[in-house]
Design a protein around this ligand. Structure first.
Ligand SMILES: C=CC1=C(C)/C(=C/c2[nH]c(/C=C3N=C(/C=C4\NC(=O)C(C)=C4C=C)C(C)=C\3CCC(=O)O)c(CCC(=O)O)c2C)NC1=O
Length: 236
């Protein structure tokens, strides 16, 4: 499940002249003790994206996860592309969150870079939810048009693929057609990307899940050295 999303991203990153970055073997693929949970990770970089990471967690029939985050270079004020897609087999529930995660909450910035998400989600009625529980603050690094699906239907597969494709293609198009910054300079962009990693580090509900499958020590390394690498940066 979700492997086609990984392949789709790889093809797109290839077309951006991206390359895969080597990561330590303990992050590349890691199993829990009885191999019921397997996590795989990929890291890419391209001329326009300083970091594009993908995570797949395969927990067989119980749990399937696909997670990706694309960080543009520090000289580009574009939002961070973020997607978190989870399938809970026991309750047969899909949770999908797709967003162009804004670096600032200024109205004109949101309108310019994020509002097209509204058009995409309108086409898929199962993804029209935008109410978040209170793990995250919806005003911090989320756009007003965040796409959320809490599906209990089994046949969302095709819609999920289609909406994910539109979500990524449209993001890349926005990036291409807006080469000049209008709101932030390089210094501010860097600071806000650092703050994004620090905030995500603090809030990410996956931490508990990783600790229970893979232990405290591995999780601490994984979260700091792969997921949120800017967490340890100091903002002057
Ligand atoms: C590989 C790492 C990784 C995993 C496995 C992961 C899992 C993960 N994300 C969750 C929720 C969530 N995840 C997000 C959003 C995001 N999360 C993101 O990583 C990104 C990029 C976004 C934004 C697009 C939100 C908003 C929720 C809460 C959903 C809600 O409000 O119900 C939950 C709680 C689900 C629940 O019990 O209801 C888990 C376990 N998050 C991760 O980062």
């Amino acid at each position: 499940m979700f492997d086609s999303l990984v392949d789709f991203l790889k093809t797109n990153i290839d077309e951006l002249n991206g390359h895969e970055v080597r990561i330590s073997s303990e992050f590349k693929e890691h199993h829990n003790e009885d191999s019921k949970y397997i996590i795989k990770n990929w890291l890419f970089s391209s001329p326009e994206y300083r970091k594009w990471r993908i995570t797949r967690l395969d927990g067989g029939k119980k749990l399937q996860v696909f997670n990706t985050v694309a960080y543009p270079n520090f000289d580009c004020e574009m939002p961070i592309l973020g997607a978190d897609i989870l399938w809970f087999g026991t309750s047969q529930k899909l949770l999908a969150i797709l967003d162009y995660q804004p670096l600032i909450q200024e109205g004109k910035y949101l309108e310019k870079y994020c509002s097209s998400l509204g058009i995409i989600k309108k086409k898929y009625s199962a993804f029209d939810n935008n109410k978040m529980k209170n793990i995250y603050d919806s005003k911090k690094y989320f756009s007003p048009w965040v796409i959320i699906c809490r599906g209990n239907k089994l046949n969302l597969d095709r819609d999920l693929n289609n909406i994910f494709h539109s979500f990524v293609n449209n993001y890349l198009k926005i990036h291409k057609s807006n080469p000049v910054n209008q709101f932030l300079d390089t210094e501010k962009i860097k600071i806000n990307q650092i703050k994004y990693d620090k905030y995500s580090f603090e809030k990410d509900p996956a931490d508990k899940l990783f600790k229970s499958f893979f232990g405290e020590k591995w999780t601490k390394k994984f979260v700091n050295k792969f997921l949120f690498t800017l967490n340890n940066e100091i903002i002057y």
